[in-house]
Ligand binder design. Structure first.
Ligand code: SME
Length: 160
């Protein structure tokens, strides 16, 4: 049985330390990328407060296709350059969006979403997926969230 549990009211750096440690432990011995994305989506959902969506879009034939996630059903295909996810994939750059309503081209899968963090996962310089986090609170994500999810993306580079 896996028993990775966030400590209630832990500071953000401790939450991310434990999340990364759990992700490392869960994915280390498994070569199936879908299984690893599924478990990491579950960890993100369980460890990070104030989210309404957490998961992956994978690059398939030049577009983003919905991968394992936690939250409400979401849009399935996103072209490169469209929405927050598509921009992150096209530019290979993390997107921290404090107010999704102010982001031109934002794709509203869930009208409850107010802020968003999208981090590309790269393997040998090529974007292979993005990690997408949505929150019902404005400006939910800061630089520490971005850096921590970038560390998670680096960990997953050869495991998804
Ligand atoms: N809002 C995203 C689409 C994906 S959903 O948030 C799960 C975007 O603009 O790319």
């Amino acid at each position: 049985m896996y028993d990775f549990k966030p400590t209630p009211d832990a500071p953000k750096n401790a939450i991310y330390r434990d999340l990364l440690s759990a992700a490392e432990g869960l994915t280390a011995g498994e070569r199936d990328g879908v299984a690893n994305m599924a478990n990491v989506a579950a960890l993100l959902w369980e460890f990070l407060p104030d989210l309404n969506w957490a998961g992956f879009y994978r690059v398939v034939d030049g577009e983003l296709v919905l991968g394992p996630f936690a939250g409400r059903p979401a849009c399935i295909r996103i072209p490169f350059g469209r929405g927050v996810c598509g921009v992150a994939a096209k530019d290979a750059a993390t997107q921290v969006v404090a107010d999704v309503h102010a982001f031109s081209g934002h794709i509203a899968c869930d009208p409850a979403s107010r802020s968003e963090l999208v981090v590309p996962v790269q393997r040998e310089g090529v974007v292979i997926a993005v990690i997408d986090l949505d929150s019902p609170s404005p400006a939910r994500f800061d630089d520490e969230d971005a850096k921590s999810i970038e560390a998670l993306a680096a960990l997953l580079s050869k495991r998804i």
